[in-house]
Design a protein around this ligand. Structure first.
Ligand code: SAM
Length: 374
């Protein structure tokens, strides 16, 4: 089956249309086109800014769609896969588009540990968790590590034990679980990178459908790794009144009782990444580098616009849940944000959902602002 994405056309097996875990054939998930469109725009924006960056490694190639699209953008592409059918298909797909590139039948970790190779950008887009590739990626990438995680249930605490095992963190299945998953992933990646004296700075992150995607710019001094670790801490959630509170540091403990409603079901997650999950200027630049031939242009543009304007608050509220608790009907989001801003609180929409918002205000302050506006 022929598939066109952006400027390229590739062949994928018919059987792979079913998405992750398709019974036969090389993997190809059409639903990840948005992820790949944004990746191409990131490569354009990053390549313009860091002109010397030219070597891109698609660590888990499958059909080669990412590597082929990167090669079409002028990147010097290497791809790897442990599946011989995938390697042969990825090679064919480069040829089909008259593009150069190297496709290796090799474990991505072995390629990353090859002392004769250096990559500026490494893209890890595996089945499930990226953790098996994280050490090698951070130990051996120059500039940018791009990571997809599709194991959102462990990451957000819905599969608690596997989340603890895999991510060396305590995830909690709170009502803002998608952001919980992102911040648990960022915490694990920051701690993994720190082992190699590498500091990570997330320049763009999004949680879309059932995956988390993040782009981490790297700095290669021990002090950079220390600075990244300083962005870690714990977050406490009260499931009754939706109060949440966070504090930086790795040694903070659990909370006894909610300071807002007095409830005793407060849950603590950590260590999670409390720092910025994106760089607004970079996100705006990436948005400018989207192009209309991309299949998910409109959605990618809207997602990036929302992310660029998101406050750097490490969790978010669900406006409808708050109104339900107050026994009132929710008002339009723009009006609601205006109420918070009029009361002196910064507030923004978030790409985590249309009924969700970010603010530094706590639940008591939010309620006061709404009451004062009535
Ligand atoms: C989710 S698919 C990749 C999808 C692809 N990046 C895309 O955008 O369509 C994961 C691929 O990783 C490959 N893989 C699994 N373990 C690997 C390893 N250790 N090194 C390299 N590739 C591996 C699998 O064979 C599979 O083709």
């Amino acid at each position: 089956m022929d598939v066109s994405e952006g400027a390229v056309s590739i062949e994928v097996p018919e059987a792979s249309g079913g998405g992750e875990g398709a019974a036969s054939g090389v993997f190809f998930n059409p639903d990840q086109e948005l992820n790949r469109d944004i990746t191409v725009a990131v490569l354009r924006a990053f390549g313009d800014r860091e002109e010397r960056a030219e070597r891109y490694f698609d660590a888990t190639a499958a059909s080669g769609i990412r590597g082929v699209r990167a090669a079409a953008e002028g990147w010097d592409v290497t791809m790897a896969d442990v599946d011989a059918d995938a390697v042969s298909l990825a090679r064919d797909n480069l040829d089909r588009n008259d593009l150069e590139g190297e496709v290796l039948l090799q474990d991505a970790n072995a390629v990353l540990h090859d002392v004769d190779r250096v990559f500026d950008v490494v893209d890890v887009d595996p089945f499930g968790s990226p953790v098996p590739f994280a050490d090698a990626a951070f130990a051996n990438t120059r500039d940018l590590v791009c990571v997809t995680a599709t194991d959102t249930a462990p990451l957000c605490g819905a599969h608690f034990e596997s989340g603890v095992r895999r991510y060396s963190a305590v995830p909690r299945n709170t009502e803002d679980h998608a952001e919980m998953g992102l911040r648990v992933l960022l915490s694990t990646l920051a701690r993994t990178a720190a082992r190699y004296d590498v500091g990570v700075r997330p320049v763009l992150s999004h949680v879309t459908d059932h995956y988390v995607r993040t782009y981490l710019e790297l700095d290669h001094r021990a002090t950079d790794a220390d600075a990244a670790l300083d962005e870690l801490g714990n977050v406490h959630h009260c499931p009754e009144c939706l109060y949440r509170e966070w504090e930086y540091g790795l040694l903070e403990g659990e909370r006894q009782g909610c300071p807002h409603c007095g409830g005793d079901n407060v849950v603590t997650a950590g260590p999670v990444w409390l720092g910025p999950a994106h760089d607004a200027d970079f996100v705006r630049d990436v948005r400018e580098h989207l192009s209309e031939e991309m299949g998910r242009f409109d959605r990618a543009r809207d997602t990036l616009e929302t992310i660029a304007d998101e406050l750097h608050v490490p969790f978010h509220y669900n406006q409808h849940k708050l109104y339900k608790r107050w026994g009132e009907s929710a008002i339009a989001m723009d009006d609601f944000l205006a109420v918070l801003r009029d009361a002196g609180h910064e507030a923004s929409r978030t790409h985590f959902g249309g009924t969700r918002f970010k603010t530094e205000a706590d639940v008591g302050e939010i309620r006061e602002a709404v009451l004062a506006a009535n």
